[in-house]
Design a binder for this molecule. Structure first.
Ligand SMILES: Cc1cc2nc3c(=O)[nH]c(=O)nc-3n(C[C@H](O)[C@H](O)[C@H](O)COP(=O)(O)OP(=O)(O)OC[C@H]3O[C@@H](n4cnc5c(N)ncnc54)[C@H](O)[C@@H]3O)c2cc1C
Ligand code: FES
Length: 275
């Protein structure tokens, strides 16, 4: 895999972010002693070095990256869920991490057509969209973010998105009403599409499967192309275990075939997926 390295990375910082809901998050910065391509939508498989419980690395989307003279720093935002992310939460500056990356494909950006780009993020899914938002801004593509979560503390990266896009281009929704509109983020998103019906737009989304499914239905309804970044559970991350299979439409006896999220994705066009 060109551009992929299996190496040790060093923890620069690891800040825990407490949410008032039951969820907790961490923001981890790793330093690599060489430079590799890091593209919006791509991910790495990481775990603390020297620990075998859990054995397997966990997939994390690149949130942000920065180039040093001969080094590269990459940031991740992780939700503390089970054993793998609980181990990540214990990392301290100077610790070593097993790092395999960059993995996966990248978002498709149609810079020439100046579509309005609508980003839809659910919970920690926003982590996969920040570098994309940076790239869209670089390409001078008008960009709006719809970000949703259980409560204010679950709108991961909100401050960074507001600094990048400005507050009037960031529409928030929380299930508990603690910030932005109360309810699902797909509601203000759908209203926006209704108000701009017929205008050239492209959708990019990452978040829980039910949110992605709803985004896909809305994209269909308004005939707007949508790219979805899937976060299926993964074991190897590079195409060997077939643990990350996703059904995509195909002319086969059952109407679909399986593709691998780790190597064919994680980004798919919504109309290729067989929901
Ligand atoms: C391409 C890609 C990018 C990702 N980017 C991020 C990221 O930026 N930040 C982040 O926090 N997570 C991300 N994930 C998801 C992350 O890899 C998993 O949530 C993580 O493996 C959980 O590990 P764990 O050991 O903490 O939990 P586990 O002990 O493995 O699981 C704990 C619980 O969470 C459930 N679970 C595990 N994985 C998932 C999943 N993918 N979706 C839904 N439920 C799951 C399990 O069924 C179980 O109930 C990404 C996944 C992929 C494939
Ligand atoms: S995670 Fe092993 S094949 Fe995709």
């Amino acid at each position: 895999m060109p551009g992929t390295i299996d190496t040790l990375a060093t923890v620069e910082c690891n800040d825990l972010i407490e949410s008032v809901s039951t969820r907790s998050y961490g923001q981890l910065r790793l330093r690599l002693d060489r430079q590799i391509p890091v593209l919006p939508g791509q991910f790495a498989m990481i775990k603390p070095h020297g620990h075998y419980e859990p054995l397997l690395r966990r997939a994390m989307a690149y949130y942000r990256c920065g180039l040093g003279k001969k080094s590269l720093s990459v940031d991740f935002i992780y939700q503390i869920l089970g054993r793998g992310t609980q181990m990540l939460a214990k990392l301290k500056a100077g610790d070593e991490v097993d790092f395999l990356g960059s993995l996966g494909n990248t978002f498709y950006i149609e810079a020439a057509h100046r579509h309005e780009a609508l980003l839809v993020a659910g919970g920690v899914g926003s982590a996969a969209l920040f570098m994309l938002a940076e790239e869209l801004v670089r390409c001078k593509i008008p960009t709006k973010l719809f970000i949703g979560g259980a409560g204010r503390g679950d709108l991961c990266g909100l401050g960074d998105f507001i600094s990048l896009l400005s507050s009037d281009q960031v529409i928030s929704a929380t299930m508990d009403g603690s910030y932005g509109e109360k309810g699902f983020v797909t509601v203000p998103f759908e209203k926006h599409l209704q108000s701009r019906r017929g205008e050239p737009m492209i959708i990019y989304a990452c978040g829980p499967d039910p949110m992605l499914h709803r985004v896909s239905q809305i994209a269909d309804q308004f005939a707007v192309p949508a790219q979805l970044s899937l976060e299926s559970p993964m074991a190897c991350g590079f195409g060997i275990c077939v643990g990350c299979a996703v059904a995509v439409k195909a002319e086969s006896p059952v109407g679909f075939i399986y593709k691998k999220v780790c190597t064919d994705g994680p980004v798919f066009w919504s109309n290729e997926l067989h929901w």
